[in-house]
Design a protein around this ligand. Structure first.
Ligand code: HEM
Length: 538
């Protein structure tokens, strides 16, 4: 559709709908004056010089000079699509969120991305993939800002700048490829061993998806759902692709990087254009909201840990279908602004220290990236719910706010808008207890276990998947210049599995070190009871 004539507050802006349509019989300036020539500058004679007086020349070039906006500091390269989410109603007993209701249809916009590469980097690199969904619900925007790997590198957002600096290209050479910063990346993940689990997923086939349409998505953190009575349930969100989860092999991925760096965005757009609409089922793993925030010995506030589906099955709650490509990459895919703090009644956060830092970071970065605080007014970011806030002014304000008293209570603007009470549809934070404690920077002792879940993952792999992981570690560590980093990498592998360590060491031409701590030695398959035995339950 064309530009809106109504502001986000429902006020008419007075704009003519055709104003920015870039169509019509005559070419005009941005101010609407008709042009007779846009190919020749105004000059003092046919051989120049060019006159400063040429306001059309200056407007045209000035606007062009400012076309680019900063790329995202992470997840700069992405592709997106529109679609619809239909709730099954199966979650209505644990969340009052209206969009989860039976057969409720909610428009969505999904952006898939790589993490480390710049906007112009290749699609099929080995990296984590972003999977961010904006639900335009009738109760406001809900953003599920997840990845295709169910755990994260770090446990606390304060390390996020560090892990990203370690993974981005080196400051001197700026070689623009994910994980080309081999020494710093491997230095970081072997010194901060909580990254072992995520890194192992990266080195597995999950790090090189075949298609965005064939990826799982994970909310990673534990969230808190709230029902109509205020009862709470802890959950982890999962997206399951109807097409199944598939990967490329390394050789395919490398060739695709060269012959078609747009492989994933082309695949997504082509599929949708041809009517092969990709679908994902949204599901939740549920856990009792106990004061410890633990489930069978697994710390639910530690984003480097999963809860195996054998212990907590994923229960389907709705279906998402992507059925329309963006019509303008910049307006939609580039200007969309996701934020984990965009929540609706029925969904709340937990104390996960990674999540808590994200609650600050997204709006903050978008103020720079999108030029001020009014980016929620951009068409792709606008809620489909009525807005009646008390915000005013700011860079790029497009609403024409009326009234003299943007505060409440007030006695001048005809009274005050209603504030929804707790029994209505307001977003009310769960009054969860905060443990009486001293201020500390230490994490819980359960955060010190960095190796039992990587070992669980390794033991769950088939022989061919293990071969791929061994080859990936050998290739990636082989690209490090520093011997000490390679050796530390092998020490980490020794804590996961002896064979994995020995095979990678052989590939690197180095001796395999002994593990400097105990291996968790149960085989998780096939009995579920043994899965639980993998964790040092205290
Ligand atoms: C962007 C996921 C942790 C800061 C993104 C995007 C995704 C994502 C999918 C891209 C959104 C888009 O397509 O526009 C995650 C996940 C995390 C995580 C799953 C951990 C579970 C963090 C942390 C921070 C952070 C800890 C900071 C403390 C950012 C920033 C952006 C971003 C600054 C760019 C946003 C923008 O420019 O619009 N993240 N992230 N992320 N993330 Fe995260």
């Amino acid at each position: 559709g064309g530009p809106e004539t109504v502001s986000p507050t429902g006020q008419p802006t007075g704009a003519d709908p055709a104003r920015n349509a870039q169509s019509g019989a005559y070419l005009t300036t941005a101010q609407g004056a008709r042009l007779y020539d846009t190919d020749h500058s105004l000059k003092a004679g046919p051989r120049g010089p060019v006159l400063l007086q040429d306001h059309h020349l200056r407007e045209k070039i000035t606007h062009f000079d400012h076309e680019r906006i900063p790329e995202r500091v992470v997840h700069a390269r992405g592709a997106a699509a529109h679609g619809v989410f239909r709730g099954y109603g199966s979650a209505s007993n644990i969340s009052k969120a209206a969009f989860l209701g039976r057969d409720v249809e909610t428009p969505v916009f999904v952006r898939f991305s790589t993490v480390l590469g710049s906007r112009g980097s290749a699609d099929t690199v080995r990296d984590t993939r972003g999977f961010a969904t904006k639900f335009y619900t009738e109760e406001g925007v809900f953003d599920l800002v997840g990845n295709n790997i169910p755990v994260f590198f770090i446990q606390d957002a304060i390390k996020f700048p560090d892990v990203i600096h370690a993974g981005k290209p080196h400051p001197d050479r700026e070689i623009p490829q994910a994980q080309s910063a081999h020494d710093t990346f491997w230095d970081f993940v072997t010194l901060h061993t909580e990254a072992t689990h995520h890194t192992l997923w990266n080195m597995s086939d999950r790090g090189i998806p075949r298609s965005y349409r064939m990826m799982e998505g994970f909310g990673i953190h534990t969230f808190r759902l709230v029902d109509a009575e205020g009862a709470t349930t802890l959950v982890k969100f999962h997206w399951k692709p109807k097409l199944g989860t598939h990967s490329q092999v390394w050789e395919e991925a490398q060739i695709a990087c060269g012959v078609d760096p747009d492989f994933h965005r082309r695949d997504l757009a082509d599929a949708i254009e041809s009517g092969a609409f990709p679908q994902w089922e949204l599901g939740v793993q549920t856990f009792p909201d106990n004061p410890e925030q633990m489930f069978q010995g697994i710390d639910l506030l530690d984003p480097t840990k999963i809860v195996p589906e054998e212990l907590a099955p994923v229960q389907p709650v709705g279906l998402m279908t992507l059925d329309a490509n963006p019509s303008n990459y910049f307006a939609e895919t580039e200007q969309v602004a996701f934020h984990v703090g965009n929540m609706v009644p029925g969904i709340d956060v937990t104390n996960d220290a990674l999540l808590q830092g994200r609650l600050f970071s997204y709006i903050d970065t978008q103020i720079t990236r999108l030029g001020g605080p009014n980016f929620p007014q951009l068409p792709i970011n606008r809620t489909h719910a009525p807005v009646n806030d008390m915000l005013r002014d700011g860079m790029h304000q497009t609403a024409v706010h009326r009234g003299v008293a943007p505060y409440r209570p007030n006695s001048l603007d005809g009274g005050c808008p209603f504030l929804a009470g707790e029994d209505t549809r307001a977003f009310v934070e769960v009054p969860a207890e905060v443990a009486a404690s001293r201020k500390v920077r230490d994490a819980a002792a359960s955060f010190d276990d960095h190796f039992s879940q990587p070992r669980l993952f390794w033991l769950s792999m088939s022989p061919v998947e293990r071969e791929h992981i061994i080859a990936a570690y050998t290739f990636e560590l082989g690209k490090c210049y520093e011997q000490a980093v390679k050796e530390r990498g092998l020490k980490v592998l020794a804590r996961i599995d002896g064979e994995l360590c020995a095979r990678v060491a052989a590939g690197l031409g180095l001796p395999a070190p002994e593990p400097d701590g105990p291996l968790v030695d149960s085989d998780p398959s096939p009995a579920l009871s043994q899965v639980g035995a993998l964790w040092p339950v205290d």
